[in-house]
Ligand binder design. Structure first.
Ligand SMILES: [Zn+2]
Ligand SMILES: [Zn+2]
Length: 110
């Protein structure tokens, strides 16, 4: 992923995996991305529907984040004992986003 502001490569700090178990189950990972160069913050959402037999696609989108809100929610996310475990019941997992976000930063769908 590329920083919308300066074009630098972004880094992902935390990725919390959750699962939406409906008729068409889907894995959703909420991610905290940041730019080392200019300090911009982003939220990423990765939706993987290949866990069910109807869809097979990965949707990855990013949104610009408010710095203070990003730091605050990241603090919570860092306390998660097992970020890749969709049945984790920590605060961050329980209060998983959707966040209120700014403009879109990237969008891929393959
Ligand atoms: Zn940047
Ligand atoms: Zn957790």
């Amino acid at each position: 992923m590329i920083c919308k502001k300066c074009g630098n490569d972004l880094r992902c700090k935390v990725s919390l995996k959750t699962e939406d178990s409906g008729d068409r189950p889907i894995e959703i990972s909420y991610q905290w991305w940041y730019c080392e160069k200019c300090g911009a913050k982003y939220y990423g959402t990765l939706e993987d529907s290949s866990v069910n037999m109807f869809d097979d696609r990965v949707l990855h989108k990013g949104d610009e984040a408010d710095e203070a809100k990003w730091q605050e929610t990241l603090k919570l996310a860092l306390k998660c004992p097992d970020e890749g475990n969709s049945s984790c019941t920590c605060e961050a997992h329980k209060n998983a986003p959707p966040f209120s976000v700014g403009g879109a930063a990237w969008y891929t769908n393959d």
